[in-house]
Design a binder for this molecule. Structure first.
Ligand SMILES: [Zn+2]
Length: 228
């Protein structure tokens, strides 16, 4: 998408012209955000606009050109820091914030099962299959746990705690930052388990489990239903 980003001198002049005001407002938000990021990254960046890089010229539009000051019609330049920021912003906004932990099917839901409370959901998958972090987060605990064999507890991006159980191998350490989709462990059958699967719980506070399915659905993820 072509983007035209007049720098501050052109912007101020353009804003004097009523017919150009709409454009100036449209781009000023982009420039404002970009310059804020620049200022955070380098306090001297505004004062030293080195290595200007053209990102695009505006497509010709007679309705605007007729009323746009000459300076605003010139090819526009922005520092590479700004183009990097905008590119990274796009990548960040495009990446998924919720990831299915394994591709295997849902094999057990949340609730009473076999006369006991099943406080999470199960996904069947092969031994050694990569398990991915469902959300961004911070690893709270990773190691042996009663019933789980091995578990990983992650503080998730919304403050809930995600608990992963029965893994074969753990690939993260307490304190580690993870992003949604990062491989954190592999599917196993340790602990109270009848075959290789991932057990996943969501806690709203320590020891308070909720049904992960509506929680996942609220984040736009449908992991299917239990079929037997
Ligand atoms: Zn389970």
């Amino acid at each position: 998408m072509p983007v035209t980003v007049p720098l501050s001198r052109g912007l101020r002049k353009a804003s004097r012209y009523r017919s150009a005001a709409t454009r100036a407002v449209a781009v000023s938000a982009v420039v404002g955000a970009s310059l804020s990021a620049l200022a955070a990254a380098d306090p001297n960046a505004e004062a030293q606009p080195s290595n200007p890089v053209a990102i695009a010229a505006a497509p010709h539009d007679a309705r605007f050109t007729a009323f746009t000051p000459y300076e605003a019609q010139m090819p526009q330049f922005v520092p590479p820091e700004v183009t990097d920021f905008l590119r990274n912003l796009g990548i960040e906004q495009a990446r998924p914030k919720t990831v299915r932990p394994v591709a295997g099917p849902l094999t057990s839901g949340f609730g009473a099962r076999w006369g006991a409370m099943h406080a999470g959901i199960d996904f069947g998958d092969g031994l050694g299959t990569p398990i991915r972090a469902v959300t961004d987060g911070t690893v709270l605990e990773a190691g042996p746990a009663s019933g789980f064999g091995l578990w990983v507890r992650i503080q998730q991006d919304d403050g809930t705690i995600g608990v992963y159980g029965h893994m074969q191998d753990i690939l993260v350490q307490p304190g580690q930052q993870v992003r949604a989709g990062d491989e954190i462990a592999t599917v196993g059958s340790r602990g109270y388990s009848t075959g290789p699967h991932l057990h996943y719980e969501v806690h709203t506070s320590p020891g308070v489990q909720i049904d992960p399915l509506p929680w996942l659905a609220g984040r736009g993820m449908d992991v299917g239903t239990v079929s037997d």
